[in-house]
Design a protein around this ligand. Structure first.
Ligand code: FPP
Length: 257
């Protein structure tokens, strides 16, 4: 069905009339540093250009059926970078929040930061809380920005909370309470895109991506644009998702034996 929707869209219908914004797309925005270095620029110039790409994709996402978009802005391992680079990334994140919040609100986007908050600079935390508060009513796009995020930490901390309950949950209850805690307020990822040519998950949404379709592109994040997102979605719709089952055709073949 989704594939049919896509071909209708290619036939000239407006995107909005074809989709009901049901997809959860997650993006590992990689390649900022290399993009800049190849141009003889400091790495921070790549991050600044990356901000432009984020703006383009956030703007385009709801028009192509994306209801939830999770962007990996700063992993918990990124603290290992030189302090000056970390500072620049946080400065840019604040700038993004300051400049984009009103536009997000107008476009019906609800912003939410995921990840640890206790280690963030106070000014960044304030900017996040302000953006979350001002966009709280948005229901066209749920924009999640992962900052100081580690999927392993998120799972481990959900497990610790569940196991501390009295009585301790049995294995089945533990799994469902983990799923509920990790997914809370979100959903499984349908499509995970990584730019910059590397093919790994880097501790991003490990639980939520159990059945995600993965698309890796050599495009560096600062150059990633609307057409690249459309191409990734086309690839997604070409794939058959079986969630561990079999195709309808295969099921019929087994039944007919
Ligand atoms: C990866 O490039 C990108 C980051 C570490 C995060 C910075 C992202 C932004 C500033 C984009 C802004 C996004 C939002 C949502 C405001 P890299 O430095 O790892 O690149 P490299 O692999 O080429 O070194």
């Amino acid at each position: 069905m989704a594939g049919a929707q896509w071909s209708i869209m290619r036939g000239g219908f407006t995107l909005q009339s074809c989709f009901n914004n049901e997809l959860h797309v997650a993006i590992i925005m990689d390649g900022n540093g290399r993009w800049a270095t190849r141009r003889g620029l400091p790495r921070v110039a790549g991050h600044r250009a990356g901000l432009g790409a984020a703006r383009r994709i956030v703007e385009h996402a709801p028009d192509v059926g994306i209801g939830r978009l999770t962007l990996y802005a700063f992993s918990s391992d990124n603290w290992r970078r030189p302090a000056a680079e970390v500072e620049s990334i946080f400065w840019l994140l604040r700038a993004f929040l300051r400049m984009e919040t009103e536009r997000l609100r107008e476009r019906g986007a609800r912003l939410e930061a995921i990840g640890r908050r206790d280690r963030l600079p106070r000014a960044v935390l304030r900017a996040i809380e302000n953006a979350e508060w001002r966009t709280a009513a948005g229901h066209r796009l749920h924009l999640r920005v992962a900052i100081d995020y580690s999927s392993r930490d998120a799972i481990a901390s959900a497990a610790a909370t569940a196991l501390a309950r009295k009585p301790a949950p049995d294995p089945k209850a533990l799994t469902s309470s983990l799923a509920a805690a990790v997914i809370a307020g979100s959903s499984d990822v349908d499509l995970l895109i990584r730019t910059g040519g590397e093919k790994r998950l880097s501790d991003f949404l490990l639980w939520e991506s159990a059945y995600a379709e993965l698309v890796f592109t050599d495009r560096m994040w600062p150059e990633f644009n609307e057409s690249d997102l459309d191409a990734a979605l086309e690839e997604f719709y070409r794939r058959e998702r079986r969630f561990g089952g079999v195709t309808n055709q295969a099921a019929r073949a087994v039944g007919g034996r």
